[in-house]
Ligand binder design. Structure first.
Ligand code: RIB
Ligand code: CA
Length: 305
């Protein structure tokens, strides 16, 4: 049975890979894509989502996310994804007919409230849209299966000393999400580093026709690693966690998000030793079988080609 899912995403080259894998997976039914502010501004992430769907021939409704974090000043990652947020390939024009005329919390609410089965939320961007949905529609939470998110870090960050980009992008939103009581599974930063996509995998993907060529072109522009050292396709780890969880080791713990401004703003404390004596609120993917992941990754991309 296919699971109904919603994707909150800020494409973003690694997002584009994760979105494509989820759109073509037979295990999930993507009901809505909420394009969030994150790697680049929300108008660009909307455009990138619509362009990607045009290219892939998909017709999943898209809603424009909230245009900035709840409190935090906007951050961006054009150095990693390029000025457009998805540099490296000449996509067709965006299919603007897919854009729904609602706010993101309204659109998420409509899907969740009307779903006969519990809906899985996938978060591969800052959590602003999900946080406001949680605050505006608390009665919907009983119809959420879980939230699977790429974000946070067990140790060093990629945005701040101790903060990962998706959490640092909206620490207050992350705090709301981790305090919501929703079942949460986390693909932290370290998994993307552990499961780097090496040249032999990229070269194989390049042979998968026009879609494989598109991915290879995006990879060649992506600055989250390199062909030589391996590409950190972070958001694909969240997709893999949802679609093929046996590749991962998991540990339940308390995740505390720091939202006091200062050097640790946006840090995600993962209390594996239970030093804070606080209740568990998340299940962390602490490691991934790299060979299994790469094999899954290439075959999942092949499904999209
Ligand atoms: O830290 C990695 C995350 O930040 C990924 O989701 C990437 O797309 C960026 O949004
Ligand atoms: Ca992302």
């Amino acid at each position: 049975m296919t699971k109904p899912i919603i994707i909150s995403t800020d494409p973003g080259i690694d997002d584009a890979v994760a979105i494509s894998i989820l759109l073509f997976s037979k295990k999930v039914d993507v009901k809505l894509i909420a394009s969030a502010a994150g790697n680049v501004g929300v108008d660009k992430t909307v455009n990138n989502t619509l362009k990607l769907e045009s290219f892939l021939g998909k017709k999943v409704p898209v809603v424009k996310g909230v245009n900035r974090a709840i409190i935090k000043k906007p951050i961006e990652a054009t150095s990693v994804h390029g000025k457009t947020g998805m540099d490296g390939y000449a996509f067709p024009e965006p299919d603007r007919s897919l854009l729904v005329n609602q706010t993101s919390p309204e659109a998420i609410h409509e899907v969740v409230a009307n779903s006969k089965e519990k809906v899985t939320l996938v978060g591969i961007a800052p959590l602003t849209d999900y946080a406001l949905f949680i605050r505006l529609y608390p009665e919907d939470l009983q119809n959420i299966e879980e939230l699977v998110l790429m974000g946070a870090c067990m140790g060093r960050g990629n945005y701040g000393v101790l903060s990962e980009f998706n959490i640092a992008g909206d620490p207050e939103a992350a705090k709301i999400v981790f305090q919501s009581g929703l079942p949460i599974r986390v693909a932290p930063l370290e998994l993307g580093f552990q499961a780097r996509v090496k040249p032999e995998a990229s070269e194989k993907i390049k042979t998968f026709g026009r879609v494989g060529d598109m991915f290879y072109s995006l990879f060649s522009r992506y600055r989250g690693g390199s062909f030589k050292t391996g590409l950190k396709i972070y958001d694909a780890l969240a997709a893999g966690m949802l679609l093929n969880p046996d590749m991962f080791e998991f540990e339940k713990t308390h995740v505390e998000i720091i939202n006091q401004e200062g050097f640790t703003y946006g840090a995600s404390l993962m209390d594996f030793k239970n030093r804070l004596q606080l209740p568990e609120n998340a299940t962390i993917g602490t490691s991934v079988d790299v060979d299994q992941f790469i094999q899954w990754f290439v075959s999942a991309i092949h499904e999209a080609c």
